[in-house]
Design a protein. Structure first.
Length: 326
């Protein structure tokens, strides 16, 4: 496989488990066993260069843990990430992250110019101070701000403008791979569209590759080439974006899409859900979705489904697999 054909990122059997803290009484006197949260429990995927791979799911499904592992903020318990070689550089693909809350991720005591210039200085991407300042001003223009904004502090900007500053800071490191962890969830709807359009323009102009984490299905449909649906730490369906949204196969994917309001089809059929999301501390046996699934059978309650390829989709569901072979 040539460097151009090699995926930007390949994730192989990634898991991330957390031990829950115990009180002294539970640990020593009562002898209770330690409990563990399987935030991510064995997922695999590939992201081709220049594309957007999105992970969607309810809060607590593990998608943000995946984002943190990709950028090295959290070590995986099992599995490995393989990054492609960076273009024009030695070593792996350079990766940066855009966080959910732009206000919390920006240093309130630093001026915007210093925030953006810091990666340039630390990575020695410019030979002198003037070059660093020139690059910083270019990045402000790139994200739709101006040179005059370099002397201002983060609190002087709106939420959308602060997210633009976060994007400029990420671009300052000259990345080829961006992890976008809920980058629009803290913004108004009109501002969300502006940020998504900016990310799309940057991808086209710079050839960036995105891992896009979100629960906003409208945003995911707008930006994605391929989508993975996560439930309790596992990918239950993965397919090209059009397949996911036009021909969903897993009952959970159908539930997620059915929960999005549709003004054109307000009376459309919806998939009922019996109970709330189970605890990731003690997930159900078999298919973890079976307590909420209207199609659940005895096999679903006792046997975990393997991934099954159905047309362009990879699905973990006994019923989908049986329908394929029947």
């Amino acid at each position: 496989m040539s460097a151009c054909e090699q995926p930007a990122l390949k994730a192989s059997d990634i898991a991330c488990w957390f031990h829950l803290p115990q009180s002294w009484l539970d640990r020593t006197m009562l002898g209770k066993p330690s409990r563990m949260v399987k935030a991510v429990d064995g997922i695999s995927f590939e992201i081709p260069r220049g594309t957007t791979f999105s992970i969607v799911g309810e809060s607590g499904c593990g998608k943000s843990t995946v984002a943190r592992m990709v950028v090295g903020l959290q070590a995986p318990t099992r599995g490995k990430f393989d990054f492609a070689a960076g273009r024009g550089r030695k070593g792996r693909l350079r990766t940066q992250m855009i966080f959910q809350d732009p206000f919390a991720s920006l240093n309130p005591r630093w001026r915007v110019g210093d925030i953006i210039a810091e990666p340039i200085r630390e990575l020695k991407l410019s030979d002198n101070r003037k070059g660093t300042e020139r690059r910083m001003h270019e990045l402000l223009d790139t994200v739709g701000l101006g040179s005059r904004d370099a002397g201002r502090y983060p609190h002087e900007f709106s939420g959308g403008q602060r997210q633009r500053i976060s994007i400029a800071r990420a671009l300052a490191a000259e990345p080829e791979f961006l992890v976008c962890d809920e980058p629009t969830s803290a913004l108004d709807v009109s501002v969300q569209a502006q940020i998504l359009n900016l990310l799309a323009d940057l991808q086209n102009d710079l050839g960036l590759t995105y891992l896009f984490i979100s629960h906003n299905l409208s945003a995911v449909r707008h930006v994605s080439d391929r989508v993975a649906v996560m439930y309790l730490g596992r990918i239950v369906e993965e397919a090209p974006a059009d397949e996911i949204f036009d021909r969903p196969r897993h009952p959970y994917t159908k539930f997620l899409l059915g929960s999005v309001p549709d003004l054109l089809h307000p009376d459309r059929e919806r998939v009922p859900v019996a109970v709330d999301l189970p605890s990731p501390i003690s997930p159900p046996p078999g298919c973890t979705y079976h307590p909420r699934c209207p199609l659940a059978s005895h096999e679903c309650r006792t046997v975990a489904p393997d991934p099954s390829l159905v047309a362009a989709s990879t699905v973990r569901c006994h019923h989908v697999a049986q329908a394929r072979v029947s």
